[in-house]
Design a protein around this ligand. Structure first.
Ligand code: NAD
Length: 248
């Protein structure tokens, strides 16, 4: 399958959910993975155990993606220590679901700060090493709702649509430096984020999925590993949809 030997991959929101599986699969493909997260390190340790079981290598980088200065310093230190930074997966995300009339300024700002601001400033921190090496991969974790909309997800859908605009812009800005920038658009994936939904909402979602099943984090990870590989070097500015046909 696709190999990422000797690459260094940073995964934000890498301790649990989709991010945890991304870390394991990127490491299984040969990358050394650095997982950035705000959760307590013992949660990250569970991901590290999975990585070790897969024969890979990874480390934890406890940091909040909204703390731009800390992210800049941490990525700089990482690059100095490891000598490269090949892959960035902007996966950290939050959802504060409310119908429009209940969206508070705080909910909107926090959602945009993590989902969009985090991706912007982690990309900014990673782009110099990538440009210098004349190769790199940035993947932004968007969502099917960026393209379809979803009642009750005004702030979240707006943030994910913004990520697609960011993806296309960075793809154009850094193509000449050999850096590709793509988005992955998961549909309804089985994680803590979606397990919290009421049963009737889940059933409604299922009815909209032509392939007739909820997606698994592994479905998303397979797409990410491919986009990070040399085989995907001619793909940039795209949204790779991993949604069971929910949106075509
Ligand atoms: P999750 O809540 O299980 O995991 C999100 C991770 O991001 C957590 O580890 C969390 O601690 C981390 N995080 C949150 N805020 C952070 C911050 N400020 N700094 C650093 N880390 C932070 O969610 P998930 O379902 O695994 O989703 C992962 C990504 O995929 C998110 O961007 C989400 O929007 C997107 N997505 C998920 C689904 C789905 O169905 N689960 C569908 C479409 C898109």
């Amino acid at each position: 399958m696709f190999r990422l030997d000797d690459k260094v991959a940073v995964v934000t929101g890498g301790y649990r959910g989709i991010g945890r599986v991304l870390c394991v699969e990127l490491a299984r493909a040969g990358a050394h993975v650095v997982a950035v997260d705000v959760l307590e390190p013992p949660i990250g340790e569970q991901m590290l155990a999975d990585v070790r079981a897969a024969g890979g290598s990874a480390e934890l980088l406890p940091c909040d993606v909204t703390d731009h200065e800390a992210i800049g310093d941490a990525f700089h230190a990482l690059y100095k220590r490891l000598g490269r930074l090949d892959i960035l997966i902007n996966n950290a995300g939050i959802a504060r679901d409310q119908v429009l009339l209940r969206v508070s300024p705080e909910d909107l700002h926090k959602t945009l700060a993590v989902n969009v601001g985090g991706a912007v400033f982690c990309s900014k921190a990673a782009i110099r090493p990538m440009s210098r090496a004349k190769t790199g991969r940035i993947i932004n974790m968007a969502s099917v709702v960026a393209e379809t909309g979803n009642p009750g997800q005004a702030a979240y859908a707006a943030s994910k649509a913004a990520l697609i605009g960011l993806t296309k812009t960075l793809a154009r800005e850094y193509a000449s430096r050999g850096v590709t920038v793509n988005a992955v658009g998961p549909g309804f994936i089985d994680t803590d984020m979606t397990r919290m939904l009421p049963e009737d909402a889940k059933q409604l979602m299922l009815q909209q999925i032509p392939l007739g099943r909820v997606g698994q984090p592994h479905d998303v990870a397979a797409a990410v590993v491919f986009l990070c590989s040399d085989e995907a070097s001619y793909i940039t500015g795209q949204v790779l949809r991993v949604n069971g046909g929910m949106y075509m």
